[in-house]
Write a protein that binds this ligand. Structure first.
Ligand code: 5AD
Length: 452
């Protein structure tokens, strides 16, 4: 049986796409390899959101092609996903060793293309064309090898693409226009997952809150996305629902209410802020103000006290002044995020911001990155510290990745908790008392399980 190794860069959407490709390849008789060594096929599923991500995948492919081709001249090498989409044919010129380039609307064709290449039907294949309905093809999930129990948490892709056109962002070019699946298809996939032992589902899309907005009418003041949450909430055996990423504009009152109404909807949200300066938000084409963002944070905390809030922030967007940056710092102080992902602005091909005047020098971007990181981390550390002595409910996902002697679960507000567990805890909801904190990790005491 041929083996395939898929390496994934970037976001959860990419993870999910890789999973769907892996499942499809398993169905065609491939085995999934743990590393590129000895694999018959190596696919890199790429990210384009910042230049560093593209360079990482290109560097990796250069290394792989140099070393693996020597050992196995027949190994098939390919790029998939966002960078494949944005660079297309050009990748073959840059890296003549590769055989396959599969864009973001063609993941489901990967198995066919590999077969064509392996049987000598075609030597090299590039397919980055659009395909109506491709959003519904990210549907299958790989099966874990051997008799291991299946995973407890799963991602489900509900929509693809983005029409927001933030001026810094390459995603509308790599992922195309917004296209949603139907509620029925999504519910069916979720039911099947729950049948396989999944207890927590995270709905995925570039802007999940835009789900179905053009195809599914608002009903009883509930948007298509909230109707989807309602439908999934009905699934028996499913314990927890999450979603990512929303757009702050997508938090209508119906969604805020859903937090109050739907007990399975976890009290956690990742809400990309990008900047705390109104002037910058406008030039980024974000469609909200700092005041509206802060009002949303307040509403969510009222609807679900203790809600875990994380965000994305870009530093050094073109024209960002010291005052603009101060506004971001002050918003971070007010919002008190549980964590934030901070990115140095990176010029992206064809985006309006790439040609804006007053690009910010790297030195300043780095300095602002460090300043903001410190602010975010010190607030986060205080918030984590507050958990010490509290009892929290976790869903046990499996052994800890770093130290397999420990088990790992997440709180409803999406904090990682480690404890001395065993495989009998897998998939269980447990109450643990938090004894201490690490950086962005909580440590729970199994001796007090279920006593509170
Ligand atoms: N430069 C830096 N960060 C970016 N992001 C998106 N585009 C860029 C860019 N050009 C960040 C945003 C987004 C996250 C996924 O990546 O913060 O929310």
């Amino acid at each position: 049986m041929p083996s395939v190794f898929i390496k994934t860069y970037g976001c959860q959407m990419n993870e999910r796409d890789s999973g769907a490709v892996a499942a499809q390849l398993q169905a065609r008789g491939f085995t999934l390899a743990e590393s590129e060594k000895g694999a018959d096929v190596v696919l890199l599923n790429t990210c384009s959101v910042r230049d560093a991500a593209e360079q990482k995948a290109i560097g990796k492919m250069q290394n792989i092609s140099a070393s693996l081709r020597k050992e196995n001249p027949k190994v098939i090498l390919g790029f998939m996903g966002c960078m494949a989409q944005s660079r297309g044919e050009q990748l073959l010129k840059q890296l003549p060793a590769i055989d396959l380039v599969v864009g973001t609307q063609k993941f489901h064709r990967t198995a066919d293309y590999l077969q064509e290449i392996a049987t000598g039907g075609r030597r090299k294949i590039v397919d980055v064309s659009e395909e109506a309905g491709s959003q519904s093809e990210i549907r299958d999930h790989p099966v874990s090898p051997g008799s291991q129990p299946g995973t407890v948490t799963a991602f489900v892709s509900i929509m693809q693409g983005c029409n927001q056109h933030c001026t810094f962002c390459i995603v509308p070019f790599t992922r195309g226009e917004e296209r949603s699946r139907t509620i029925e298809e999504i519910v069916l996939e979720c039911r099947q997952l729950v049948g396989r032992g999944v207890r927590e589902i995270t709905l995925l899309g570039q802007i999940v809150t835009s789900f179905g907005r053009r195809d599914i009418p608002v009903r009883d003041t509930r948007s298509a996305f909230v109707q989807l949450l309602d439908a999934i909430h009905e699934i028996e055996g499913l314990q927890r629902i999450r979603f990512t990423s929303p757009h702050p504009k997508g938090y209508g009152d119906d969604l805020v209410d859903a937090y109050g109404r739907l007990p399975k909807l976890c009290e956690s949200a990742h809400i990309p802020l990008q900047s705390g300066s109104n002037q910058l938000l406008k030039r980024m084409h974000r469609g909200y103000t700092r005041e509206r963002f802060l009002a949303l944070v307040e509403k969510l905390r009222l609807a679900r006290p203790g809600i875990g809030l994380t965000t994305d922030i870009i530093v050094g967007f073109p024209g960002e002044t010291a005052e603009d940056f101060e506004q971001t710092l002050s918003l971070a102080d007010e919002a008190r995020f549980d964590n934030a992902y901070i990115f140095k602005y990176s010029q992206r091909k064809d985006t309006p911001a790439a040609s804006m005047p007053d690009q910010v020098p790297l030195e300043i971007r780095e300095e602002r990155n460090a300043t903001l990181l410190q602010r975010i981390n010190s607030i986060a550390a205080e918030k984590y510290q507050n958990f010490v002595g509290q009892t929290v409910e976790i869903l046990v996902e499996g052994p800890s990745k770093k130290n397999t002697a420990r088990f790992m679960g997440r709180t409803r507000c999406n904090k990682i908790v480690l404890f001395d567990g065993s495989s009998r805890h897998l998939g269980q909801l447990m109450n643990l008392k938090i004894e201490r904190t690490g950086s962005f990790t909580l440590y729970g005491d199994p001796a007090i399980i279920n006593l509170s």
